[in-house]
Design a protein around this ligand. Structure first.
Ligand code: ZN
Length: 377
């Protein structure tokens, strides 16, 4: 007797028919208050040693149908070790074809980063003795919007802001922050020490805790896509952006990184602010220097594949990177990691995953260090 459930942190699936292991019919469940759908995370029980074919009949109606091409789902028996399983996308139907070797197994769109892990990350950061936790306000469902501040908070310090998981299903973004924090809070790391002599870091590890717990791909509990709320956020609809933006206006910003995952493009890449009104030769030179230093620090980063560049003045100013880069006339990037794999350094067993995101987060500190002397206007 098979059983499929998603009634847990970040769980999401619709079960249409689970009577026959060879013909399990599922659907992607939309975000709780919007039509976006792509994220799934469910538990299958009672299928040990049976070949299971699980089809998602509405994959073509997902937010990024091209995300299913050359993509493989992840699975885990213990929710710690996640591996890729054979998957296919044909005629608009996404299928997982897998024979579990135990009675209980989890399947997900990407390696999850749970709310419990999030709270532990905050606790560990504070426990380092180098990090202050502030509460900026509450989400739509009353969860805490926490900011980590690392550094002396001197007036003369560079103000470096890093935010992650505006899109809650992009869990790789919080793995990235875990890596960045681990290195930044390591008193034996020379790059971290040197950086903290001249910079204060403001880090929001999870911009969208409601959406994360709800198992949403792209929106908060009120159905808002937070990365389209930066021009006119409201306490009712997008408090997560509202409170973070207020704090930024108070501290100022010299460098901004907004961490994401991309469903379609199988590379790590960044998008800058070439389309905002304030863009100038100084920003352009800083962008080039940062990308060069990042590529040197991590072979996972590249600048050949990515989004098409915006024409001058054509940036979407409701997006975080555009709004921040323009408002503070600073270096600002959206960093994208793949859901699929990095085709420059592919890994058949794991694809892109939590650990690789974490390592990338560690290496970004070297790129920040490389440009830090030139960030101050
Ligand atoms: Zn995103």
């Amino acid at each position: 007797m098979l059983k499929i459930t998603a009634n847990f942190d970040a769980g999401s699936v619709v079960v249409n028919d689970a009577a026959d292991p060879a013909a399990i019919r599922l659907s992607l469940r939309p975000d709780n208050a919007s039509g976006f759908k792509q994220w799934f995370y469910f538990r299958l029980q009672g299928a040990a040693y049976q070949n299971c074919v699980m089809t998602f009949d509405n994959a073509a109606e997902s937010a990024y149908p091209e995300g299913w091409e050359d993509y493989a789902a992840v699975a885990s028996y213990d929710r710690r070790n996640w591996f890729r399983v054979p998957s296919s996308y044909e005629n608009g139907v996404f299928s997982i074809n897998h024979t579990p070797l135990a009675n209980s197994i989890y399947y997900a769109y990407f390696e999850p980063y749970s709310h419990e892990q999030h709270l532990q990350l905050l606790g560990d950061a504070q426990g380092s003795g180098l990090c202050q936790i502030d509460d900026l306000g509450s989400t739509v469902e009353g969860r805490d919007i926490n900011l980590l501040t690392i550094g002396n908070q001197a007036e003369s310090d560079l103000k470096i802001w890093v935010i992650a998981r505006q899109h809650p299903g992009e869990t790789m973004a919080e793995w990235f922050v875990e890596g960045l924090l681990g290195r930044l809070l390591d008193p034996q790391d020379p790059t971290a020490r040197a950086l903290l002599d001249r910079a204060t870091f403001y880090i929001v590890p999870n911009m969208n805790p409601d959406g994360s717990v709800l198992g949403n791909l792209r929106t908060n509990a009120a159905g808002a896509n937070l990365n389209r709320e930066w021009e006119t956020p409201t306490v009712e609809k997008s408090p997560e952006v509202y409170f973070v933006r207020e704090k930024m206006l108070e501290t100022g910003v010299d460098l901004f990184l907004d961490i994401h995952g991309d469903e379609s493009i199988p590379f790590v890449f960044m998008a800058g602010t070439e389309g905002v009104p304030a863009y100038n030769p100084r920003t352009a030179a800083l962008e080039t220097a940062f990308k060069h230093a990042f590529a040197t620090a991590s072979p996972d980063f590249q600048d050949e594949h990515g989004y098409p560049k915006d024409a001058p003045g054509q940036a979407n100013m409701t997006m975080a990177t555009a709004w921040v880069g323009n408002r503070f006339d600073c270096l600002a990037f959206t960093l994208e990691m793949p859901f699929k794999d990095n085709h420059n350094l592919p890994d058949d067993d794991f694809g892109w995953n939590g650990q690789r995101s974490l390592r990338l987060g560690e290496s970004v500190l070297s790129a920040i260090w490389a440009v830090s002397a030139d960030l101050k206007k």
